[in-house]
Design a protein. Structure first.
Length: 573
């Protein structure tokens, strides 16, 4: 099944079954030695991009590999200069590990299954195809070409969001992902592809019974036909162009993938393909294998959690909309998808405004370079919602993750990078539901930092060599804490990373500095400036009136649950 078009996700059939015993080994190319200290924070940015362009597919293969830290580092630090070269090296290994095989079925069978599945998709969708979908069987070369077209279209959107060209990364990952697909719908070439030569190799790799080839192929066709119908009724390309930030793109992806999973399962029920449907659901929710390395495990848990939220969480969101409004309402949601991933997690909040909508959080974090110090700085300013938050808290127990997330209503992060001297800094604004929530959140994160430091120390070559947690003094605040970390640079060298959290009432700031000399006075000035900006924006927002559908004016007063996802990963040893 193809996680395809808009923001690519890993194919469901690449989740290794928990009972798998075989462990395959592969030697990945060594990454160029660059910003080592920044890996824990840089991954916040790269996870957003790479989770859409095929690293997720590669990570699913790694569930059967023996990990080491260079896997996570290489994935996080790949850049435009070497992405395509390194990807080709991986492709050659991938073609050996999971080679293309003889087709699992013939073109005539695909044509027959499409004739069987199409009317069922139309029936459960309560819509007719406006045009006959173009359906082709494809080898990996054809899949790569279609993926590259889609990814290049997405690259233009991501470039506007990220402020840099990501085409080479996207194209390289198209090469990688082609070996992992059973089907895809190309929103650029408007073609549905089925990949019969990938089926049996992937079945063997993931432990799926060959006898399920036909029923699973039918479900794949149902999934991709749903994407084709979505495109005909909502114009997927236009929807992508309308996404303004990462948060919207993730919410949109969960919407379209959740809809396709819901329809495929409805079709499977009509065809009584219970075993195949359950097999896909099992693979969709399969957990990641622990590597024994703290950093790698956190990254992999984050990726797996985000993947599950997109498909399973997206399906649950669409099922809620269907149960509360029928299929017509489902198509209304498709035409006006949620802007925030918190709405995916809490379907009842879809379309509901809140009292923070009048605040421009992006503007609050603009033009802070003078507080950080000499550049040149490259900045990334983004809202990160609940989906990424849950991904980053993937190594927490469900109870603790829910506790933290339930206390946060909104967050915005700006990340400053300086490759000239291998330094970085970040500032995050959290808005909380209640006074005192900051103390509870910090207590949980502090314990996580200590636990992860202990795990790292137990390793053969600990990357983090020291951890200090102290009160941060000199500012009027309900809470002020500083965490200092020393990270090994190899050859006996270390570099410091500082995390400072400052909270007043329902507002909390988190600052991270790696390779940046920031004395307490400058940190205090930065925090005071952000308090001033937020107070001014908050007062202004209360003067903004919202017009409701009945024509009256009033203030929105409900609350959403968005949050920033960086803090645990940034503290991981």
């Amino acid at each position: 099944m193809e996680p395809d078009q808009t923001i690519p996700q890993p194919p469901p059939l690449l989740s290794a079954p928990p009972e798998a015993e075989a462990v395959l080994k592969v030697e990945l190319p060594r990454p160029r030695r660059r910003l080592r200290i920044g890996i824990l924070v840089r991954v916040l940015f790269w996870a957003c991009v790479l989770s859409w362009v095929g690293w997720l597919a590669w990570s699913k293969y790694n569930e059967k590999f023996e990990y080491d830290e260079k896997v996570a580092r290489w994935k996080a630090r790949v850049n435009e200069e070497d992405a395509e070269t390194e990807s080709k090296k991986l492709i050659s290994r991938l073609d050996v590990m999971v080679p293309e095989a003889e087709p699992a079925f013939k073109d005539e069978q695909v044509e027959q299954w499409v004739r069987e599945i199409r009317p069922l998709v139309e029936e459960v969708c309560e819509r007719q195809f406006r045009n006959d979908p173009i359906v082709k069987t494809a080898d990996r070369a054809a899949l790569r070409e279609s993926l590259k077209k889609d990814f290049k279209a997405q690259g233009r959107v991501l470039q506007s969001i990220m402020g840099q060209n990501v085409d080479s990364v996207l194209v390289a990952q198209a090469d990688l992902l082609a070996a992992a697909l059973l089907g895809k719908y190309g929103f650029v070439d408007k073609t549905l592809y089925v990949a019969p030569r990938n089926m049996f190799p992937l079945f063997e790799f993931t432990g799926v019974d060959h006898e399920l080839a036909e029923p699973i192929a039918k479900l794949v066709i149902a999934h991709e036909l749903t994407h084709a119908m979505q495109d005909q009724y909502t114009d997927l390309s236009k929807s992508i162009e309308n996404c303004r930030d990462i948060e919207e793109m993730q919410a949109f992806n969960a919407t379209i993938e959740g809809h396709a999973v819901m329809i495929q399962e409805m079709v499977g029920k009509k065809l009584q393909l219970d075993e195949a449907t359950l097999e896909l659901s099992r693979l969709l929710s399969a957990g990641a294998v622990n590597s024994g390395h703290v950093t790698t495990d956190v990254v992999m848990n984050m990726i797996q959690n985000q993947y599950t939220q997109t498909y399973i969480g997206g399906r649950d969101f669409m099922q809620y909309q269907f149960q509360h409004g029928g299929m017509n309402h489902v198509w209304e949601v498709m035409a006006s998808p949620p802007k925030q991933t918190s709405m995916i997690a809490e379907p009842a909040t879809y379309g509901v405004s809140n009292d923070l909508d009048g605040i421009d959080f992006h503007a609050l974090l603009e033009n802070l370079e003078s507080f950080i110090g000499d550049g040149p700085w490259t900045s990334r300013n983004m809202q990160i919602g609940q989906m990424l938050l849950r991904s980053f808290y993937g190594s927490f127990s469900q109870e603790i993750a829910d506790d933290i997330i339930s206390r946060i209503t909104r967050a915005q992060t700006v990340l400053f990078l300086n490759d000239a001297n291998n330094s970085l800094a970040s500032a995050t604004i959290f808005t909380l539901k209640q006074d005192g929530d900051s103390a509870e959140i910090v207590k949980l994160l502090e314990q996580a930092a200590k636990d992860n430091f202990a795990k790292a120390q137990a390793g053969e070559s600990p990357e983090v060599t020291d951890l200090q947690i102290n009160e941060f003094k000199g500012i009027d605040a309900d809470l002020a804490q500083q965490i200092s970390i020393q990270v090994s640079q190899g050859g006996g060298r270390t570099q410091g990373q500082n995390i400072v959290r400052i909270a007043r009432g329902k507002l909390m700031f988190e600052f991270i500095f790696a390779g940046v000399e920031m004395d307490d006075e400058r940190i205090i000035k930065l925090a005071q400036e952000l308090f001033r900006r937020f107070d001014a924006a908050n007062k202004q927002s209360f003067n903004i009136q919202f017009r409701f559908q009945d024509g009256h004016y009033g203030h929105a007063c409900t609350t959403i649950t968005d949050a920033c996802a960086g803090q645990m990963l940034r503290e991981v040893a």
